[in-house]
Design a protein around this ligand. Structure first.
Ligand code: IPE
Ligand code: IPE
Ligand code: MG
Length: 247
């Protein structure tokens, strides 16, 4: 195995953790068993990112559309989520990880909202890795809440309409103030964005793998990071303008 350090490390990795249900079905297990296995994969991936020195990781855990899944599945996901808030947060904090939740949090039960608030508060000074967990998140929801926020700023006279630029808009989005993802990973074989970070992925390198999320392991993250190191990011310019890779 090639263990050489990649030349350029993504500063922000965003992952759609997909394939838990199919992983379980292949084992003739209920879907929640797949979600439980998915939590272990998330834990391992967070640790790998810390080892690599990746400063920001964003995990898509539950989309705005996932609320429409059968009640039993939503219920088991919420239970898993609540359990994880109780058992994982101390460990993440001990590892100097800052936790943030992005999404329409007011849709969650009071105990969950309180757990999320406390986790954010407890870890707010940590600097080794910023972990954004997208729950009840949708890219369209995010852009709409940003528009509402900016409209309120205009109405209150804090900004005038012609002055609204990309920086203002980015700053009104849920991910702010972290920079846009450099590397996007989707497991589970689908080649789509599924309403994840619609604005922030504009120039992100997209990596898709058929591996189901519970099977996603260190070597695969290493492979994605190595693949990223070989991309030439042009941002609309010519190859000559960009010079080598990753300028
Ligand atoms: C991703 O796995 C986890 C969530 C969306 C909560 P899925 O539950 O979508 O698994 P598949 O895609 O059905 O296999
Ligand atoms: C995307 O997966 C959302 C998460 C992984 C949290 P989905 O399974 O919901 O996406 P679709 O339905 O296949 O597009
Ligand atoms: Mg899925």
């Amino acid at each position: 195995m090639n263990m050489s350090k990649p030349a350029v490390l993504p500063q922000h990795i965003a992952i759609i953790m997909d394939g838990n249900g199919r992983w379980a079905r292949r084992r003739l297990l209920p879907r929640y068993a797949g979600h439980r296995a998915g939590l272990s994969a998330a834990r391992a991936t967070i640790e790998s990112c810390v080892r690599h020195g990746v400063p920001v990781l964003t995990l898509f855990a539950f989309s705005s559309e996932n609320w429409q899944r059968p009640q039993t599945e939503v219920g088991s996901l919420m239970e898993l989520f609540l359990g994880a808030l109780e058992t994982e947060v101390q460990n993440l904090n001990a590892n100097h990880i800052r936790i943030r939740f992005i999404g329409a949090l007011d849709g969650f039960a009071a105990a969950l909202q309180e757990g999320m608030r406390r986790a954010q508060q407890l870890t707010r000074e940590n600097t080794r890795l910023t972990l954004n967990i997208a729950v009840g998140y949708g890219g369209r929801w995010d852009m709409l809440q940003a528009v509402r926020r900016l409209a309120a700023d205009v109405a209150a006279g804090r900004i005038s309409t012609p002055d609204i630029d990309e920086v203002h808009f980015s700053n009104a989005l849920a991910l702010a103030p972290v920079p846009d993802p450099d590397l996007f990973i989707r497991t589970g074989g689908e080649r789509r964005i599924s309403n994840f970070l619609l604005w922030n992925l504009a120039y992100t390198e997209l990596y898709f793998t058929d591996t189901l999320w519970p099977d996603f392991a260190d070597q695969e993250l290493d492979a994605a990071i190595r693949w990223f190191a070989g991309r030439q990011r042009r941002f609309g310019l010519t190859p000559e303008q960009r010079g080598g890779t990753h300028v």
